[in-house]
Design a protein around this ligand. Structure first.
Ligand SMILES: Nc1nc2c(ncn2[C@@H]2O[C@H](COP(=O)(O)OP(=O)(O)OP(=O)(O)O)[C@@H](O)[C@H]2O)c(=O)[nH]1
Ligand SMILES: [Mg+2]
Length: 675
């Protein structure tokens, strides 16, 4: 591929609701630009973007893929760098990575479905990700019930009147470029007028001209639109039928003419310094996705922001402060890999075999300390307990998990000390299912997922006194220790020691107090209601007795533990459970269903707020009821809902629920004893 000046590079990401035709558009663009001989199709598994088994089986995109090809317009050559992204919320991490790597976004809108929640989410991802230039692509215009005008109206109603069609359907199988078509049908004249108006609004001189002439010529309209698109004040709308390849060349040519090259989007480093899109500047590039290729192993997708990457050079990973070498750079199209010698601003290349580089890391010139801001990834909302199927799987589990986590920073892994379980956390049930499938494919490790145990706690609601006298006479040396103590509730924010020695007159000699403390600590860990750790208690040891010969540490430890358990049982003990805060974003129509569902989860709605056509419900509910919420929300809303989950506090488990947990714990203890 010839070297293209940065001003002729167009780098965009395709975002949108799931099933709105992003991948079909990607395939149509790739085919039009000559990346393959036949157009790939999602439906029959030949798409150039949905290439993994997981994607082919599910017929949805799970990973963002970038492609590079040339577009010729007359004598001019443009380099098109385009990235397909998933629509499914579980893979939002991929969407954010792709948005970071792109200069502008195309948001697909299906001509039969109109603006959907994924459309708004894509818009928000652009706003939050610093992508000012956004265009809409209407897809599926060949479908029954497709309605171009209605879809344009929906886009304008939602995202503003400055969304204006630049191409429009012309009969069944053609698209007209509104600016360039000389004999525009009367029905599209109005559309052209609104284009002229939008262009005029971007510049005072143009506005004056527009008022004087009553219109603007195409060159002026183009100039105005480019200014407006760059600043995010104008959003072009394109018409396409990706499946039939209609409107694709018109789209591409218009993107080359109207949309901004690298540099219009201003990238700043973590210290807020602007980075110049200059191939001669010091290198700054960011890894926005890590894949595991079956043949090449780890493959890092890198966007060059400033400077030039070249095969063979060394770079500094300024995030991990290590050096890496660029052994090769590739353009990947399905199984086909084309080596690339140089990559400049706006380019995206896949680099194999990095040693210490993960998604989000910055690559810079050796000796540099420049870092790009981290990706602002969503916290996990779905937790499952993970278990290796066999010992052989267990042995390789840690490798498998590391490989997985390195490639997907929205996946998390946690060894829960309290429940002794290993938790896999992610953005939804499909996310975790795919992770399990990837572990099998990448490392041949089989695991099962099951609902995790809840890390319950125990506490007390009243004062209680406890006593234990430990006396053991076995042959020669005996054991003796006696402890009196009281427990009382401790506030979450209380300061000062929770364990206090209030004995007087040496009833328990000072050197045995640490042993009593150890016993109480063990008692706290072991719990008294259902075997869960005790929190928020104060303990005062106030009396006891000892024996000059038989008293020893072990005796006071046992006495401390038993006295604590005795006191707990008299202090109205309770079981505590984690309460989570939810922020649920849904279309208005599901308000009733979602808020009505909360009481069934022992939860409650705390508030509601309208936000750009969607509703945000703030609620709280116990963690125990939320393990399947990602899947439930999807089934209630048909995939139109999203939520976040944050730990809020521990709260008392209602007694009817607690009974069951206590009975379950007693049964488990019995089973363990019998084993
Ligand atoms: N009739 C018709 N069908 C289309 C068109 N574009 C896409 N489709 C079909 O719609 C379905 C979904 O298309 P995709 O391209 O996979 O949609 P996507 O946005 O990539 O979906 P996700 O990756 O799941 O987010 C496929 O079966 C396509 O064949 C179109 O222009 N016309
Ligand atoms: Mg797709």
């Amino acid at each position: 591929m010839s070297e293209t000046p940065v001003s002729n590079v167009r780098n965009f990401v395709i975002l949108g609701h799931s099933g709105s035709g992003k991948t079909t558009l990607t395939d149509a663009v790739a085919f039009k630009l000559g990346l393959n001989d036949r157009m790939g199709l999602v439906a029959n598994g030949t798409s150039i973007s949905d290439t993994t088994e997981e994607e082919k089986n599910r017929k949805i995109t799970l990973f963002a893929n970038s492609f590079t090809a040339m577009n010729k317009i007359g004598e001019d050559e443009y380099k098109i760098v385009f990235t397909d992204s998933p629509g499914f919320m579980d893979f939002y991490g991929q969407i954010l990575g792709a948005a970071r790597a792109s200069d502008f976004a195309l948001i697909t809108v299906d001509a039969t479905a109109g603006v959907q929640i994924g459309t708004r989410r894509a818009w928000n991802a652009c706003k939050e990700g610093g992508l000012a230039s956004v265009a809409f692509v209407i897809t599926g215009l060949d479908k029954d019930n497709a309605d171009f005008n209605k879809t344009v109206t929906a886009i304008r109603d939602t995202f503003g009147m400055n969304c204006v069609p630049v191409t429009a359907p012309l009969g069944a199988d053609a698209v007209a470029n509104i600016l360039d078509t000389s004999d525009l049908p009367a029905a599209l004249q109005d559309v052209r007028n609104s284009l002229a108006e939008s262009a005029a609004e971007t510049d005072e001189a143009l506005m004056e001209k527009y008022f004087e002439q009553g219109s603007l010529d195409p060159a002026d309209i183009r100039k105005g639109l480019t200014t407006g698109i760059k600043s995010g004040n104008v959003h072009p709308i394109y018409s396409t039928c990706p499946l039939k390849g209609v409107g694709i060349k018109e789209l591409l040519d218009s993107l080359c003419r109207l949309l901004p090259p690298p540099g219009a989007r201003i990238y700043r480093d973590s210290k807020d310094n602007e980075l110049a899109p200059d191939p001669a500047a010091p290198l700054v590039a960011q890894v926005w996705r890590t894949a595991v290729d079956p043949f090449l192993g780890q493959l890092s997708y890198v966007r060059v922001i400033s400077g030039t990457l070249a095969t063979g050079m060394s770079v500094q990973n300024t995030s991990t402060d290590t050096k890496e070498s660029i052994s090769a750079m590739l353009y990947v199209v399905g199984k086909k890999q084309t080596p690339v010698a140089k990559a400049g601003p706006g380019d995206i290349v896949a680099i194999p075999k990095f040693k210490n580089t993960k998604t989000g890391n910055t690559l810079a010139a050796v000796g540099s300390t420049v870092r790009m801001p981290d990706l602002d990834l969503p916290p996990p909302v779905m937790f499952m307990a993970l278990e290796a199927k066999t010992q052989a799987d267990e042995d390789k589990l840690s490798t498998a998990i590391h490989r997985l986590l390195d490639s997907d920073p929205t996946l998390h892994y946690e060894k829960q000390a309290e429940t002794k379980q290993v938790l896999l956390k992610g953005l939804g049930d499909v996310h975790l299912d795919v992770a399990v499938a990837l572990m099998k494919a990448q490392t041949n490790v089989s695991v099962t997922l099951s609902p995790p145990k809840v890390p319950y706690r125990e506490s007390i609601t009243a004062k209680g006194e406890g006593h234990y006298r430990h006396k053991k006479q076995s042959g020669g040396a005996g054991q003796f220790g006696e402890v009196y103590l009281r427990v009382f509730p401790r506030r979450e924010d209380e300061e000062g020691e929770w364990f206090v020695d209030k004995t007087v007159g040496g009833s328990i000699p000072g050197n045995f107090i640490p042993a009593v403390l150890k016993g109480v600590e063990e008692g706290k860990l072991a719990g008294s209601v259902a075997g869960y750790p005790v929190q928020n208690v104060n303990v005062e040891v106030y009396d006891g007795s000892y024996h000059p010969v038989d008293s020893k540490e072990i005796a006071f430890k046992i006495a401390g533990m038993r006295a604590f358990r005795d006191a707990m049982s008299k202090a109205k003990p309770v079981l505590l459970e984690p309460i989570m805060r939810l922020k649920i974003t849904i279309p208005e129509a599901f308000m009733g269903a979602i808020s009505g569902d909360m009481p069934h989860k022992r939860g409650r709605v705390l508030g509601m707020e309208a936000a750009e056509g969607t509703q945000v419900i703030a609620a709280e509910a116990p963690l125990a009821e939320l393990f399947k919420y990602a899947a439930e929300l999807r089934s209630i809303t048909g995939g139109q809902g999203a939520f976040t989950l944050d730990f809020d506090r521990y709260d008392i488990v209602p007694s009817n629920v607690a009974q069951k947990i206590i009975a379950e714990a007693a049964k488990n203890r019995k089973d363990e004893d019998e084993d």
